[in-house]
Structure formats: structure tokens, C-alpha cells
Design a binder for this molecule. Structure first.
Ligand SMILES: *Cc1c(COP(=O)(O)O)cnc(C)c1O
Length: 449
């Protein structure tokens, strides 16, 4: 791990109240031009971003604890990624891999085969978004097994296209009034240690398996899809044994086990993939978000016999594995390896836990501190209870923003504060951002009692 060099000053600096006047003007223009259904968590317009900071159009420099939802792990303007993008764009920006292919796509597939869990023979296909990767993983599983049913879990988030809305658990805002949804999707109970006290991982898995066998039948089940650490659903880390028991059952029953690592992949959790923490080897891994330093790229990597079961033309898309996005991914992956970003993510976890665990003991509004690596959450509850407190999470994020720290919320009940800092954030800046969060939690706890 070497010291990183940044282009922008790594500091929190407020030049105006937030949002500033230039952001307000853009918000007014946006209202007249951009669909209302496309939301923004933070009404501050970006002029520049680097390392752990986002600089807005009013000259405010904010500490970024969100990474554009776990995307800019290597930094939002990583110099190596920017150079690779420029270099590729000067030669060709697109040819379509399905028409005239190029080496970058093949190299990304080679990297994914080496990086994803398991040393079996693998194949990959590239797409543009996490949702598209999930859709294609399901297509492959159905075709390869000749079965239809797909099992997803409570609190799951797999995207917002039609099939992935069906897989996603939360109705508002992702699905409400946007059906009908794709058929043959079945939802099973998750292992959620904080809200499932005393149930071991094996028991929670058995609970799901019993229902699958009774309600669907193993022989009708094509795939089981799960985030090894749930993202939008609330950074839920299942109890130890839950994932391995499901993998074992899937294997014994010819069911394809799909790990959706779109959010948890690429060094985020302190390993290249979150599946590694439990030693599981998925049949197919879906990836996107952190894969390419912010360029839109997604992938599925899986057992050769599954992916090669699909006839030529059965997978693809005009832009899938775009050459500029592939160049960005190769540069981002090199950077993650050279700088040992999994180790950085573990160091970030240590720093975050050192601040938030004592805080959770001090106030009675934090029910749980959980997660792995640079993917850590606080579950906010009404004082002294386990009742979700979405208003508190919202108020804390709003206060942090007013003080120049971008913090995201999530969770089925909206009561989770989630920390997803860029893995290149400096120690001092992270510590300053956590200080602001801590103060906001204390203010909230003070008014809650
Ligand atoms: C974000 C996300 C998706 C969807 O990815 P998009 O690129 O937004 O389509 C799917 N699965 C998980 C786990 C995600 O976090």
C-alpha cells in the first residue's frame, strides 16, 4: 500500500449553505427538463471529484462517503482510469463486440476468470448495468437447467428492469404500480441476525430450503439468487453458515447459485468478492458498480458449462463490453491490485468500527453496526427499542450533508445509514467525515429521548 496522490485538495470546505445558489438554479432547470421519477439523494450539482471529495458548482468541497453507490472505489477521476479511457477513445469508441470484436473485452473476461471465486473453467459475458447482468444470469440459468423458477430473498435488491423489479423485494419506490412483474419468481426468508436473534445461519437456510421444496420443488428451481451482503436492503450480513448451506443444497439439486456481487464486489468488503468471506463458490457471479472506475460496465462470470450452454446470439447487446468501458475496467483492476484495495477496505472497516461501535454503546438509537470492509451500516431504531426509525436516518444524513458530508441511507424500512467511502479516501478525511456523522447521531439521539 503506497501513499496516494490526489489532484484535488482532500478537504471539507463550505463556501455556501447547501445547496448553494448555482445548485438551486440547476435544480430549477432540472425540474423543467428531467423526469420527476429520477431522484437525487443530494441536491448538489457536481463540478469535480477526486479521491474522497466531491466539489460542487458553488465551490463547496464535500467529503464523499457514498462513492456514487460503491462505484468510484478507485476514485471518481482516477488518473490511470482517465488515461486508459482517453487512450482508447482516441482509437475507437465502439465497434460492437458482436460485429467486429477487440482484445479489451477478452482481457476483461480473462481478469474476471482469475479474480472471481473458484478455480473451475469459467466464461464471461459483458453488459452495461447491474440489472442487465442479473437478467442475463437468470437467462443462462433457465436455459442451462431447462427449469423456470427463480428464488430471491427478503430485502433483496437486484435492479429496476422488469425481471429485476420482480426479484427486488422493496415496493416503494422501486416497484409500486409498475407491474405486472415477471412470473416464476419466489421470495424466501433471509437470514437477518439483528432481527432474527437466536436463528443460526444453518437454521435460516433450512427454513428457506424447506419452503422452496414445499412451494416450488427443487426440480422446478432453475436458480437461487442472493447478494452475499445485501446492499439496498440494509447491508444485511447473513449469519455464518447461511450461504454455504444454500450453496450445498443448490449443488445437490442441480440449482444454479447466483451471487449478485454488483454492490459487494471489487474489493469493497475487504476481499475481491464478498462470497470469499464464507468460502463459497457461486455458479455465476454478477458484477457491475465498482468494476470500471465509474464507466458503465457489468459482467456475468460463471461455470463454462452453464454459459456455453447458450446458443450464439442468445447473449449480448449493442454496447455490452464497450471498448472504452473495458479499458477503464482493466485500469481500475490493475490499480486495485497494485494498491491492494482489499487491504485498504479492511483498514477503513477498522477505522469506522473504532468510531461507531463505542457510539452504539453510548446511544440507544443505534440497534446494530454491521457490514464488512468499506461497506458498513448503522441500523437506526426508536430509542431503546428495535423499531425502525427511518426519520432518524433521514435527519442524520441531512445534517451530515449540511456540514459537508455525503452519506447515503438504505434499507427495506429506510432506517439504515450506509457508509461506502471510496477505497482511496485518506485516513484524516475519513475520520473527519465520521466525526460529523457521530455528532449528527448524537444530536438525533438527544432529541429522541
Ligand atoms: C445496484 C445493484 C443492482 C442494479 O445495478 P444497476 O447498474 O443499477 O442496474 C443489482 N444488484 C445489486 C446488488 C445492486 O446493488
Amino acid at each position: 500500500m503506497t501513499d496516494l496522490v490526489y489532484r484535488l485538495a482532500q478537504e471539507r470546505h463550505l463556501a455556501t449553505a447547501l445547496p448553494g445558489p448555482n445548485s438551486e438554479k440547476l435544480t430549477a432547470r432540472r425540474r423543467a427538463a428531467v423526469a420527476a421519477g429520477v431522484g437525487s439523494a443530494v441536491p448538489v450539482y457536481v463540478a469535480d471529484a477526486d479521491g474522497g471529495v466531491i466539489v460542487d458548482v458553488d465551490g463547496n468541497s464535500l467529503i464523499d462517503l457514498g462513492s456514487g453507490i460503491a462505484v468510484t472505489s478507485v476514485g471518481a477521476s482516477n488518473a490511470a482510469v482517465a488515461a486508459a479511457v482517453g487512450e482508447q477513445a482516441e482509437h475507437f469508441i465502439h465497434t460492437c463486440f458482436m460485429i467486429t470484436p477487440y482484445e479489451g473485452y477478452v482481457r476483461v473476461a480473462e481478469e474476471l476468470a482469475a479474480l472471481t471465486p473458484g478455480d473451475h473453467e469459467k466464461r464471461s459475458a459483458l453488459f452495461n448495468s447491474g440489472s442487465e447482468a442479473v437478467e442475463n444470469a437468470v437467462k443462462v440459468a433457465r436455459l442451462a437447467t431447462g427449469r423456470n423458477a427463480v428464488v430471491a430473498f427478503d430485502h433483496a435488491y437486484h435492479g429496476r428492469t422488469n425481471l429485476t423489479m420482480a426479484l427486488t423485494a422493496k415496493s416503494m419506490p422501486y416497484k409500486t404500480n409498475m407491474g405486472p412483474f415477471a412470473p416464476e419468481i419466489y421470495r424466501m426468508p433471509m437470514s437477518y441476525p439483528y432481527r432474527d436473534a437466536g436463528v443460526t445461519g444453518e437454521q435460516a437456510a433450512q427454513r428457506a430450503i424447506t419452503r422452496i421444496e414445499a412451494q416450488i420443488g427443487a426440480a422446478s428451481t432453475a436458480a437461487l439468487i442472493i447478494e452475499p451482503i445485501q446492499g439496498e436492503g440494509g447491508f444485511i450480513v447473513p449469519a455464518p453458515g447461511f450461504l454455504p448451506t444454500l450453496v450445498e443444497w443448490a449443488k445437490a439439486n442441480g440449482v444454479v447459485f447466483i451471487a449478485d456481487e454488483v454492490q459487494s464486489g471489487f474489493a469493497r468488503t475487504g476481499a475481491w468478492f464478498a462470497s470469499e468471506h464464507e468460502g463459497i463458490v457461486p455458479d455465476i457471479v454478477t458484477m457491475a458498480k465498482g468494476i470500471a472506475g465509474g464507466m458503465p460496465l457489468a459482467a456475468i462470470t460463471g461455470r463454462a458449462e452453464l454459459l456455453d450452454a447458450v446458443h450464439p446470439g442468445g447473449l449480448g447487446g449493442t454496447y455490452g463490453g464497450n471498448p472504452v468501458a473495458c479499458a477503464a475496467a482493466l485500469a481500475a483492476i490493475d490499480f486495485m491490485r497494485e494498491q491492494d484495495l482489499p487491504a485498504r477496505a479492511r483498514r477503513i472497516e477498522t477505522a469506522i468500527r473504532a468510531r461507531l461501535e463505542p457510539l452504539a454503546k453510548e446511544v440507544n438509537t443505534i440497534g446494530d453496526v454491521r457490514g464488512r470492509g468499506a461497506m458498513i451500516a448503522l441500523e437506526l431504531v426508536k430509542a431503546g427499542t428495535d423499531e425502525p426509525d427511518a426519520a432518524a436516518a433521514k435527519a442524520i444524513a441531512a445534517q451530515a450533508l449540511s456540514e459537508g458530508v455525503v452519506i447515503l441511507t438504505c434499507g427495506t424500512y429506510g432506517n439504515i445509514i450506509r457508509l461506502l467511502p471510496p477505497l482511496v479516501i485518506g485516513d484524516d478525511l475519513l475520520s473527519e467525515g465520521l466525526g460529523v456523522l457521530e455528532a449528527a447521531v448524537r444530536t438525533g439521539a438527544g432529541s429522541a429521548t
